[in-house]
Design a protein around this ligand. Structure first.
Ligand code: NI
Length: 191
């Protein structure tokens, strides 16, 4: 397994819609090795998720994993999930303004409205169907990764640019209040 370089904002690959892949391609040794590397890279960078275009491969594959994450200490744990060729359907109109960051957007956070209940349909890394509901902060994490596969970044969705903040200034000025908001989201939506 290898830790891959993470592509940063401004690279056109982050703006391309990722190609959906066939089940034969997914099963190939090359693609399975790539998925191992994607997971390894996400873990090495303490990401809550990572999408294939962020490591320079424009295919519709992303991973989500939260295990006591130091970058996002308020996020509930989410088991490692690799999702391939996903579609996301909103199950509610309710949104919350969540602070997000992105490994492809160094040292920037900002508040993004995210739908609080979504249905995720995809296949896993072995081609088995996935069909589940994600809620709350976890729904936000899935929407962020799905956006990457559509060529969208969280900065596109920041409704109020005055919420942009460096990570240090997020910690200094916004974290305490947001942790309370995040707890309320988890309590209300269960995720
Ligand atoms: Ni990202």
């Amino acid at each position: 397994m290898a830790v891959l370089p993470i592509v940063k904002l401004g690279d056109p690959i982050l703006r391309k819609k990722a190609r959906r892949i066939s089940m034969d391609e997914l099963a190939s040794e090359e693609m399975q090795r790539f998925i191992d590397d994607l997971i390894e890279t996400m873990k090495a960078a303490n990401g809550a998720g990572l999408a294939a275009p962020q490591v320079g491969h424009s295919v519709a594959i992303a991973a989500v994993h939260v295990q006591d994450n130091p970058r996002y200490p308020y996020k509930p744990n989410v088991p490692l999930t690799v999702f391939v060729n996903p579609t996301i359907t909103p199950l509610t109109d309710e949104t919350e303004m969540l602070y997000e960051g992105c490994l492809s957007v160094p040292d920037l956070r900002g508040r993004v409205p995210r739908v609080m209940r979504i249905r995720v349909e995809a296949v896993d890394r072995h081609g088995a169907p996935l069909d589940f509901e994600a809620r709350g902060l976890t729904a936000g994490t899935y929407q962020h990764e799905f956006d990457h596969l559509e060529g969208r970044l969280f900065v596109d969705r920041v409704a109020d640019p005055s919420t942009f903040s460096t990570w240090a200034n997020f910690d200094a000025f916004h974290k305490a209040a947001f942790v309370e908001e995040a707890k309320a989201v988890v309590a209300r939506y269960g995720g």
